[in-house]
Ligand binder design. Structure first.
Ligand SMILES: O=C(O)C1=C[C@@H](OP(=O)(O)O)[C@@H](O)[C@H](O)C1
Ligand SMILES: C=C(OP(=O)(O)O)C(=O)O
Length: 434
């Protein structure tokens, strides 16, 4: 459990640096959280030992590796390249306990894996994790015959999955309007269910479809047959998951704050390793940043974003890429015209209620930001010095850093919360600024 960081004195907060002049930086961004944690799960369920190259090492991915290790999987640094992970599947074991931290991918991807273990698996996490929605996953597992002997009222952490070594599988309805991870978490393990799985989404909206496409793609790459030809219905056939040697793409969403800096400050920021094609929603950044005033070029695998220091507001439906919202909101607060962000009601169940957190913090700095039913309206105003509170949310911290580029005297509380997906954020940020 972590305690509230809101009580920290301001002088313990990180002074977000301003830029001395236009940027000219190349930023190497570590591996994707979403891909690393999917590959770890699939490697753990595979038919032999596998390897992850360029895997992200951060709080979320270490928690995933530790959780899978607690279930009996051997996950070790490779002898020749210690930054690679070697994964050797074993019989999945309970009893076990899993610390989810604040990681949506751990709490939503592992219950179906735990159902395949041969004993009970108890899940818990940070205080904030206990507020993140889980019920659709637990209800779906129960409908598939899995025992859930313990869960907090309403279907939250902590809960226990009564693993019995096998899951029947079959057909299930899931309302995934609260998170795409409810779908991904069931599909990832479904090839190991006796009857596979047919999953039908029943809600009115579905966020983060690229992340579901990512799940389908990594399953297919591992030899699993997936039918996604009908909108909002997925069929995973039972069968082996092939062991693989994979390279993880850089985390394009984590590239966001660095690329955004080029707009705010002017100059150019380059990110190498940008994939020619990808399911990561961060790929949408280039087009979004162009609408906000950037020039972008993809030269080989290097994405370059150039700006002039002038940022334009925009009207943007972000339902496919909600994890970009804090970065775009920070840019919007520094823009020359208002911004409306839509389609992101589900951000209320992210690391914190991100709509509330962004509106509150931008307003506290003198800006104008209001919540709507499914997003934010941000009207730029001159911002003043202050401390951005981060609510244990890595993307609130990186959003604060973006604001600090333009606002003297801005501090970011608990910047170490960036370790959730980017442990060296501060070093990388100073490195970019030169
Ligand atoms: O599957 C994944 O790896 C993710 C899915 C998305 O979740 P939501 O659909 O809950 O937004 C995204 O925001 C999160 O950062 C990562
Ligand atoms: C929503 C996010 O994380 P999680 O995987 O914990 O849901 C995020 O990284 O923006």
């Amino acid at each position: 459990m972590t305690s509230s960081a809101a009580a920290l004195p301001d002088d313990a907060a990180w002074p977000a640096p301003a830029a001395a002049g236009p940027l000219d930086a190349t930023v190497e961004v570590p591996g994707s959280k979403s891909l690393t944690n999917r590959y770890l799960v699939l490697a753990s369920l595979a038919d032999g030992p596998g390897r992850l190259r360029g895997a992200l090492r951060s709080r979320d991915t270490v928690l995933m590796a530790e959780a899978l290790a607690a279930l009996g999987v051997a996950i070790e640094p490779a002898d020749d390249v210690p930054s690679d992970w070697r994964v050797t599947p074993g019989t999945l074991r309970g009893p076990a306990t899993i610390d989810c931290g604040l990681a949506g991918t751990v709490m939503r991807f592992l219950p179906a894996v735990a159902a395949l273990a041969d004993g009970p698996v108890r899940f818990d996490g940070d205080e904030g994790a206990r507020a993140r929605p889980m019920a659709p996953v637990l209800t779906a597992l129960a409908a598939l015959g899995v025992g859930i002997p313990e869960q907090a009222p309403g279907g939250y952490l902590p809960f226990t999955v009564a693993g019995r070594g096998a899951v029947r599988g079959g057909q299930v309805d899931v309302d995934a309007s609260g998170s795409s991870q409810f779908v991904s978490g069931l599909l990832l393990a479904a090839a190991r269910f006796e009857q596979g799985l047919t999953l039908r989404h029943t809600g009115a909206t579905l966020p983060s479809l690229p992340h579901i496409d990512m799940t389908v793609q990594v399953l297919r790459e591992a030899g699993v047959e997936v039918d996604d030809s009908r909108p909002t219905i997925w069929r995973v056939e039972p069968g082996p998951i092939r062991a693989r040697d994979v390279r993880v793409e850089p985390d394009l969403s984590n590239a966001g704050p660095f690329l955004a800096a080029a707009l705010v400050v002017g100059g150019t920021v380059r990110v190498p390793g940008w994939p020619a094609s990808t399911t990561q929603p961060g790929a949408l950044l280039a087009g979004i940043l162009e609408r906000m005033g950037a020039t972008t070029t993809l030269d080989g695998d290097v994405l370059a974003v150039s700006g002039t220091g002038v940022v334009h507001g925009l009207d943007l439906d972000l339902h496919e890429a909600g994890e970009l919202a804090p970065t775009i909101a920070a840019l919007a607060a520094l823009a020359d015209s208002p911004t409306r962000l839509r389609g992101i009601a589900h951000l209320r169940g992210h690391e914190t209620d991100r709509l509330a957190a962004l509106a509150t913090e931008i307003t506290r700095l003198g800006g104008q930001a209001e919540q709507t039913s499914d997003g934010l309206v941000i009207t730029p105003r001159p911002l003043h010095a202050g401390t951005v509170r981060t609510y244990h949310d890595h993307r609130m911290a990186t959003a604060g850093a973006i604001l600090g580029l333009r606002v003297p005297g801005l501090r970011v509380e608990d910047v170490a919360t960036t370790a959730k997906t980017l442990p060296d954020f501060v070093g990388m940020w100073h490195g970019m600024l030169g």
